[in-house]
Write a protein that binds this ligand. Structure first.
Ligand SMILES: Cc1cc2nc3c(=O)[nH]c(=O)nc-3n(C[C@H](O)[C@H](O)[C@H](O)COP(=O)(O)OP(=O)(O)OC[C@H]3O[C@@H](n4cnc5c(N)ncnc54)[C@H](O)[C@@H]3O)c2cc1C
Length: 495
C-alpha cells in the first residue's frame, strides 16, 4: 500500500456517508479527492431526525445559511427533550440544552437552589432555565446575547432523507464524486489493508483510505477486517425500533418528546411537513405486533406510511479505525436514540479523523489515539443513557422492574453516589454531556442530592431568595419578545 493518502473512498450514502464526505472534503481540502459509492437498491436506514446543538457547527463549517437549511430539510428547532412518564406515569421532566440559573464562581447554581430548598423555598429548578420556559411556551428564535444568563442553545429536527440529499448536493459542489452500485467484493493488499471495492457491474474502485459508512452491514470494518463488537445489550437491553411518519401536528413543538412505554419508549419528532414517530422496545418483553399496536394507537396524528422495524444490537466496534479503514455511523456502533447522539457521533468521528488525518500514511500512534478517544466518547454516552433507565419508579412492569436491578458500570454508580451524597457533578474529560445535562436527568429520574456546597451558605436566606427570584425574572423576560416557533420557522422559510 502506498503511504501518501490522496484518494479517499466513502462506502455508503446515508447521513454518515454524505456528512463524512462533505466535512472531510471541506476541512482537508483539495489535497485529497473523495469518491462516494452507494446503492439506491440497498437504500438508507432513513431514520435519525433529532440532533443536539453541535450540529450547528456542521452548518457553520459547510457555510449553510440557516433559512436555506430549514427550507431544504423541513427542519424545526429543538430546545430540549421532554421525558414523559420516565420516573412515574403521568409525570414529566425536561432535559434542555440550556442550563438552569447562571454560572457562579466555584460552585454550580444548583447548590444555591438546593440550599434554598433545604430552607423551605420550593421552586422548580427548570423555572430558572430559559430553554424550558421557551419550550413550554412554544416559542423560539435564536438569541444573540453577550450575557450567558440569557443564552438559548438549540439544535434541529429534520427529515433524514432530505438531509442526506441536501448533504449530497453540498458534497458534489465541493468536488466529491458519486458512484452508484452494489459493492460485491473487497480486495486487500498483502498487509490486509483495503485496496479496492468491486461493484456488481465489474467496476473496480481503488483508494488509499476508506471510510466505512455502510450502515449496520459494516462491510469493510467487520465483514472484511473482522474487528469485533462490544455488545452492551446487557446494559441497554432495547433491541428493536418501529418507525412511522404521521401527519404534521397543527403546532410544531420546539422539543422532542420521549414517552416511556411498558417495554421501552416512544419518540415524537415534530417536522414542518410531518411528525416522526417511533417505538424503541426490548423484544424479550414485547412482541413486534404488540409494539406496533402500542405505537399506532399512540400517535397524535394520522399515520402517512407503513410502520417499519429496525433491529439493532447496542454496542460499538472494538476498533473504529483499523488499518486504512475508519468506520463512521451505524457501522461503528449503535446507541439507541434516547439522547439523539448518533449523528453527533458521525460529526465527532470526522472531526477527529480530520485532526489525525493520515496524509503521509497510517501511523499506529494516531490510530491508537483515535480509537481511545472514540471509545471514551461511546462509554460516556452509554453511561448517560443507562441513567435514564435505572433510576425509575415504574413499578410492576417487568421490563422496568428488571432494569432497575441491572449491574450498572462503576463509572456511573460513582457519579450517582457523588451527586446524592454531595450534590457535586464533575465533567469527565470531554464528556459530551455537561453538568447541567446530568443534573436535569438525575433530578428528573428522582435522584436527589442530600447536601450542597458550603459556598451556598455565604449569603443570608433573604439574599439567597432575592437572588433566585431575580434570576427567575431575568430568565422570563425574553419569552414575551420571542415569536412562536411556527412563526419563526414560517418567516425563515419565506426568505
Ligand atoms: C430507530 C433509529 C432511530 C434513530 N434516531 C436518531 C436520532 O433521532 N438522532 C440521531 O442522531 N440518530 C438517530 N439514529 C441513528 C441515525 O439514523 C444514523 O446514525 C444515521 O442515519 C447514519 O446512518 P448510516 O449512514 O450509518 O447508515 P445507512 O443510512 O443505513 O446508510 C448505509 C449506506 O450504505 C450503503 N451500502 C450498504 N451496503 C452497500 C453495498 N454493499 N454496496 C453499496 N452501498 C452499500 C447503502 O446504500 C446506504 O447508502 C437512529 C437510528 C435508528 C435505527
Amino acid at each position: 500500500m502506498q503511504n501518501t493518502i490522496k484518494k479517499v473512498v466513502v462506502l455508503g450514502g446515508g447521513t454518515a456517508g454524505w456528512l463524512s464526505a462533505a466535512l472531510l472534503q471541506k476541512i482537508i481540502g483539495p489535497s485529497i479527492s473523495i469518491e462516494l459509492v452507494e446503492s439506491e437498491d440497498i437504500g438508507i436506514v432513513g431514520v435519525g431526525e433529532a440532533t443536539i446543538p453541535p450540529i450547528r457547527h456542521v452548518n457553520q463549517v459547510l457555510g449553510i445559511p440557516e433559512h436555506e437549511f430549514l427550507k431544504q430539510t423541513k427542519a424545526t428547532a429543538k430546545l430540549a427533550i421532554r421525558f414523559e412518564g420516565w420516573l412515574r406515569e403521568g409525570e414529566s421532566y425536561y432535559h434542555t440544552f440550556g442550563a438552569p440559573g447562571k454560572s457562579m464562581a466555584f460552585c454550580h447554581f444548583h447548590h444555591f437552589w438546593q440550599r434554598a430548598r433545604s430552607l423551605g423555598h420550593n421552586s422548580d429548578l427548570w423555572s430558572y432555565d430559559l430553554n424550558y420556559l421557551a419550550a413550554e411556551a412554544g416559542k423560539f428564535a435564536p438569541i444573540n446575547s453577550k450575557d450567558s444568563i440569557i443564552e438559548l442553545p438549540f439544535a434541529y429536527h429534520f427529515d433524514a432523507a432530505l438531509y442526506a440529499r441536501y448533504l449530497r448536493s453540498i458534497s458534489e459542489q465541493l468536488g466529491v464524486t458519486r458512484t452508484e452500485g452494489i459493492v460485491e467484493q473487497v480486495q486487500t493488499h498483502e498487509d490486509g489493508s483495503i485496496q479496492s471495492l468491486q461493484l456488481k457491474d465489474g467496476k473496480v474502485i481503488e483508494g488509499d483510505f476508506f471510510i466505512d459508512c455502510s450502515g449496520f452491514r459494516a462491510l469493510l470494518i467487520q465483514q472484511k477486517l473482522g474487528v469485533g463488537y462490544d455488545d452492551w445489550s446487557h446494559l441497554l437491553p432495547c433491541d428493536s425500533a418501529i418507525a412511522v411518519p404521521s401527519e404534521r401536528h397543527e403546532k410544531t413543538a420546539p422539543f422532542t418528546r420521549s414517552i416511556a412505554r411498558p417495554a421501552g419508549w416512544q419518540w415524537r419528532i415534530p417536522l414542518q411537513h410531518r411528525n416522526g414517530n417511533g417505538h424503541v422496545f426490548c423484544s424479550r418483553y414485547m412482541s413486534e405486533d404488540e409494539a406496533t399496536h402500542t405505537l399506532m394507537s399512540n400517535l397524535d396524528t394520522q399515520p402517512i406510511g407503513e410502520p417499519r422495524t429496525v433491529k439493532f444490537t447496542t454496542g460499538r466496534r472494538r476498533k473504529q479505525w483499523h488499518k486504512n479503514v475508519v468506520a463512521v455511523g451505524l457501522s461503528s456502533g449503535f446507541l439507541e436514540p434516547l439522547e439523539s447522539t448518533s449523528i453527533h457521533l458521525i460529526q465527532s468521528a470526522i472531526t477527529r479523523l480530520a485532526q489525525y488525518f493520515p496524509h503521509d500514511g497510517v501511523k499506529s500512534a494516531a490510530v491508537a489515539e483515535y480509537n481511545q478517544q472514540s471509545e471514551t466518547e461511546y462509554l460516556q454516552i452509554r453511561d448517560f443513557l443507562i441513567l435514564h433507565y435505572i433510576a425509575n419508579e415504574r413499578k410492576g412492569m417487568r421490563f422496568w422492574d428488571d432494569i432497575r436491578e441491572l449491574q450498572v458500570p462503576s463509572s456511573l454508580t460513582h457519579k450517582m453516589a457523588l451527586f446524592e451524597q454531595t450534590g457535586k457533578l464533575d465533567r469527565e474529560g470531554n464528556d459530551l454531556f455537561l453538568e447541567s445535562s446530568w443534573l436535569q436527568v438525575l433530578l428528573g429520574q428522582g435522584v436527589e442530592p442530600k447536601d450542597y456546597h458550603p459556598i451556598a451558605n455565604g449569603m443570608s436566606k433573604e439574599q439567597l431568595i432575592q437572588m433566585l427570584e431575580s434570576i427567575q425574572k431575568v430568565k422570563q423576560e425574553p419569552i414575551a419578545k420571542l415569536p412562536t416557533h411556527d412563526d419563526y420557522i414560517n418567516g425563515m422559510c419565506a426568505r
